[in-house]
Design a protein around this ligand. Structure first.
Ligand code: 5AD
Ligand code: SF4
Length: 438
């Protein structure tokens, strides 16, 4: 018996799919296989923007024929979209062949739900408002060696006015620091070379008192674990970023000098409407503080264009922020109204053609920054953690601490090794060159 998992959305979902794979293995499914060979297909969905949802709907719909032809095939839909108000009913109506629907709080029950489905004809639906079980006992099937994802918080309390995450992932909960540290120690012993701490807002770790220490303390403790590995963390919220955290970043060579700090907009009026609880000035002062401790520390960000009522001038403030903050790269999004959020009810929704035009200009500005920063590496050496081999190009690849992807030839399998790349040319976020020691 084989499984196939289709993942949409963020790193949080990528790691949850690793946990789903762990549960399936425990249930006797041997390994991941192509869609057509699988005995169970799980869709781990995302609902943060409309296109992620449309994508999932399209892919689930395309399985109708396979489901009819293959006796015993189980189709399960889980994750954020399954949890969204009214979506489970819609999924069942549109795709009556779905066997199992499970929400964001029901992942740990997946094994039991599969058993239940085997005993009943009708679909099994499990959607809880709160997480009943922790996920700590699940042994994930890690798919991103040499990186390993480690959850530190689940859920979000911020209620940014455009965002559906707090509604589908519930209130913020912190994992106990001792559990996080135990996981990190064992990953380091297993030979993982990069640990990425995950949370919707890592800076507010322990806001519920369950963690036992603050985020800077946790990061300090994680980076003090013995072994040769890098530490990354995401996502930081600018309202909670602190000098204490920047000092911990500076203190440890293991912590990558790179900060992902979503700005969302460069306009104070829009930031207010977004309920972000910081100003452009505060945002820029945090970056300045960080760079006073770690000179030129690369900062990446998330930006949204076309938020309701955004004017041309306000959009231009986002454009100018890209330059002023000197972002190393950015994820750029067209605002997507999400049912149930405050912003979806606001007057002054921006026409699609306006948003499209804005995002093109924004992407051009971000690309300019990306190119300028990448070109700084040319002629220098940079440490790369080799992640993979690109068969088409015949090159190994991996990231440096600033997140730039380096490509290089190597006559041995160096996946999982730290290597020194002499950069000969750059293209976008990619760097090309040869290894110093080969
Ligand atoms: N529309 C567009 N982008 C969104 N994001 C979150 N919600 C929306 C939305 N409704 C973006 C934010 C966030 C990233 C993960 O997704 O930029 O930081
Ligand atoms: Fe959404 Fe804001 Fe929470 Fe991020 S911090 S998940 S954007 S509500």
């Amino acid at each position: 018996m084989y499984y196939h998992i289709v993942t949409y959305g963020c790193q949080m979902n990528v790691h949850e799919s690793e946990k789903i794979a762990g549960i399936l293995k425990e249930k006797g499914y041997e390994r991941e296989a192509p869609l057509e060979e699988a005995d169970i297909i799980v869709f781990n969905t995302c609902c943060i923007r409309e296109n992620a949802e449309n994508h999932a709907f399209g892919n689930i719909g395309a399985l109708k024929k396979l489901k009819r032809e293959k006796k015993g095939l189980l189709i399960a839909v889980g994750g954020c979209m399954a949890q969204e108000a009214g979506k489970a009913e819609l999924l069942r109506r549109k795709f009556p062949f779905i066997d199992l629907i499970f929400g964001t709080h029901n992942l740990a029950e997946l094994g039991a739900l599969i058993d239940r489905k085997r005993l009943q004809r009708r679909a099994v639906v499990s959607l809880s408002e709160e997480r009943a079980e922790t996920e700590d006992h699940i042994e994930p099937v890690r798919t991103s060696y040499p990186n390993a994802w480690v959850n530190i918080t689940y859920g979000c309390n911020n209620f940014c006015s455009y965002c559906i995450v707090p509604y589908v992932r519930g209130r913020e909960r912190s994992r106990r620091a001792e559990d996080v540290l135990r996981e990190v120690r064992s990953l380091a012993e297993e030979g993982f070379r990069e640990i990425t701490l995950l949370g919707q807002n890592v800076n507010s770790y322990n806001s519920d008192g369950q963690g036992g220490m603050s985020f800077p303390e946790l990061l300090d403790a994680v980076a003090s674990v013995e072994g040769k590995f890098r530490v990354r963390f995401m996502t930081s919220h600018p309202k909670d970023f602190s000098e204490e955290l920047a000092r911990v970043m500076k203190k440890h060579g293991k912590i990558c000098n790179l900060l992902h700090l979503p700005a969302q907009s460069g306009s104070n009026r829009i930031l207010g409407l977004m309920n972000r609880r910081y100003t452009r000035e505060k945002y820029l002062s945090e970056i300045a503080m960080l760079r006073s401790l770690i000179p030129d520390c690369p900062v990446t960000t998330d930006l949204i264009v076309g938020f309701p009522t955004e004017t041309e001038e306000e959009f231009e403030e986002t454009l100018s922020l890209v330059k002023e903050a000197n972002f190393a790269s950015a994820f750029t999004f067209v605002y997507s109204p999400r049912t149930g959020t405050k912003a979806a009810e606001m007057e002054g929704q921006i026409p699609e053609e306006v948003s499209k035009e804005r995002i093109m200009r924004l992407v051009a500005q971000v690309n300019e920054n990306t190119r300028a920063l990448s070109s700084l590496f040319v002629g220098k050496t940079t440490e790369i953690l080799c992640e993979d081999y690109d068969e088409k190009r015949g090159l190994y690849l991996g990231r440096n601490e600033a997140g730039r992807m380096g490509y290089f030839p190597c006559d041995r399998n160096c996946i999982g090794e730290f290597v020194t790349l002499r950069v000969e040319r750059a293209n976008g976020v990619s760097l090309y060159g040869t290894l110093e020691d080969s």
